[in-house]
Design a protein around this ligand. Structure first.
Ligand code: MCA
Ligand code: AMP
Length: 499
């Protein structure tokens, strides 16, 4: 069944109830939400979108953005969200790779992105809001709300979310209606989603965490969503008293704890604080419990599979662990060569289940490389206790997670190595109090080295700001092993205090 149909069914008897509450932009009922989705789907269909077509979206978070996501589902098309921080230089790759039928962007970026999209044969570029003609909101005003809800099978694609996976350039993870529904249904059950819940939503909605995990849990109840444009500490503190569930990355909890206004009374009624996307430090877990009396529930997942493991709602939530595999997810640990790991040992986590994606968009070989006998190789290093509890102890993949955003060193090294004055580079993640990890670049320089500030300024034109190194440090030579591979572990240790 089309996932959207399930949300519509859930909303059935609750038409007048609040679906979304935007503190600065009013309230929308389920009736208003689904009327807007129907209109938006008709505009997309009018623009030529057919079932299976990709609709790529780079817009600031808003109620209208949620409507657009649901409209793409309704039309049977494939939603393809892109981080709002991506530069034009980065976006071209996604347009070429996914060949979307339609691009939806913010009015402020229309002039920059339309030619890029045209160059990649994207048939139509619309802005989400704005007064000019071609704005989706304006076209919706003239459309009817009766768009068909296109029949979808479990394996039909609902979304393509780009991720760099374990290596290399970004790959489009293909997620089906069946993948998304299976995961949402399981999460709603294990997290005890209930009719009085109110979700405080401060995550971006261009990634799996904010778009699927958070929104699907709420829309399938349905529970009201307090939709904040971003994590703003004042807005979060103001909204907390009306909420019962918060989902966040560890930086959310670090920032709440750093604010003296955040106290026990303020979150007494909160049912659940959930953390994921990056490791939650045991210190943060303990400090949070001390301050609020609440134990954060940490879970683990990835773009290719949604959620994989979770600490329990009722049992013990143990800091530094991600809990048990979800009831419908099988896990096993393997050595990089595929050998069984003995009980209590560390291995690469491999998974199987209805949540596991359909493969990488138009990359069958790379998809095959990341599966072993039908098990998806996550690239995360884990150990499993005798009772099944999982701890993520590291990453087999060369990945930096900064404030919950994944950053691939190779992408930054590639840009650095092309700059004048740089012989070679190595990019690492080092501990950072706010973001958990942050990016540091080590460079071997030549005589024409233009200086750190000039290098950073150049990178800012090419890379999204969150990927730009906090510092670029000169080094005589990069440590290499006998195979010539840069020994990043040595660099990470040596530069652990760099920030
Ligand atoms: C913003 N900046 C960052 C980050 N975010 N730098 C490094 N890491 C970041 N995460 C930079 C900006 O480029 C800017 O730099 C400066 O910090 C301030 O930007 P601002 O937008 O004000 O930042 P913020 O609002 O404070 O955002 C920080 C944040 C946000 C709240 C941690 O990044 C966030 O919401 N992260 C959540 C990401 C997420 O949803 N991940 C889920 C992935 P400058 O001033 O130099 O321009 S899905 C996933 O991982 C799986 C499925 C899972 O398990 O969930
Ligand atoms: P993404 O590719 O953006 O979906 O990020 C997925 C990656 O985030 C996983 O492969 C893990 O490396 C990491 N991750 C997610 N949740 C956790 C967690 N609770 N603890 C440690 N790492 C996590």
């Amino acid at each position: 069944m089309n996932l959207y149909q399930r949300m519509l069914d859930a909303a059935g008897p609750h038409q007048d109830a609040v679906a979304f509450h935007m503190p600065d932009a009013g309230v929308r009922s389920h009736a208003e939400l689904h009327d807007a989705v129907g209109r938006c789907a008709n505009v997309l269909i009018e623009a030529g979108v057919e079932p299976g077509d990709r609709v790529t979206v780079q817009v600031e978070k808003s109620f209208e953005n949620v409507v657009l996501y649901l409209a793409v589902l309704r039309a049977g098309a494939v939603y393809m969200p892109l981080n709002t921080a991506y530069t034009g230089a980065e976006l071209g790759y996604f347009f070429d790779d996914a060949e979307p039928r339609v691009l939806v962007c913010d009015p402020a970026r229309h002039a920059e992105l339309e030619p890029l999209a045209k160059g990649a044969n994207v048939a139509c570029t619309l802005t989400l809001a704005g007064d000019g003609s071609g704005s989706l909101t304006e076209l919706m005003g003239g459309a009817t709300a009766d768009a068909p809800i296109v029949q979808r099978a479990n394996a039909d694609l609902a979304a393509i979310v780009y991720t760099s996976g374990t290596t290399g350039r970004s790959k489009g993870a293909m997620l089906s209606h069946g993948n998304l529904f299976a995961n949402a249904a399981t999460l709603r059950k294990i997290w005890g989603w209930e009719s009085g819940d109110v979700l405080l939503h401060a995550l971006p909605i261009y990634h799996v965490h904010g778009l699927f995990v958070a929104l699907h849990c709420a829309l399938l109840e349905p529970s009201p969503v307090l939709l904040l444009p971003r994590f703003d500490i004042d807005a979060v503190l103001a909204s907390l008293p009306q909420a019962t569930v918060l989902m966040g990355v560890p930086t959310f909890y670090v920032r709440l704890l750093a604010d003296s206004r955040f106290d026990r009374a303020q979150c007494a009624h909160m049912r659940l604080f959930i953390s994921g996307s990056a490791p939650l430090l045991p210190e943060t877990f303990a400090a949070f419990e001390n301050r609020t009396g609440k134990r954060i529930l940490e879970r683990y997942g990835m773009t290719e599979a949604g959620m994989i493991a979770s600490n329990p709602l009722k049992g013990e939530r143990v800091a530094g662990t991600v809990g048990y595999p979800l009831p419908d997810v099988d896990v096993r640990l393997r050595s990089p060569d595929g050998d069984t790991v003995e009980s209590g040992g560390i291995g690469v986590l491999e998974i199987r289940g209805p949540n596991v994606f359909q493969g990488y968009w138009r990359q069958p070989e790379r998809t095959a490389e990341e599966f072993r006998d039908g098990w998806f190789i996550t690239g995360d290093l884990a150990s499993q206790a005798a009772d099944g509890r999982i701890s993520i102890v590291g990453r087999h993949k060369d990945l930096i997670i900064s404030g919950g955003l994944n950053i691939y060193p190779r992408e930054i090294e590639f840009e650095l190595d092309q700059l004048p004055g740089i012989e070679e580079s190595a990019v690492i993640g080092v501990p950072h109090a706010d973001f958990g990890e942050a990016v540091v670049a080590l460079v071997v320089t030549r005589d024409d080295w233009p200086g750190e500030a000039a290098v950073i300024a150049k990178l800012r034109h090419r890379l999204a700001a969150f990927k730009v190194p906090r510092t670029v440090m000169r080094i005589d030579q990069l440590p290499r092993n006998a195979m010539g591979k840069v020994q990043k572990a040595i660099l990470r240790k040596h530069y652990a205090d760099a920030l």
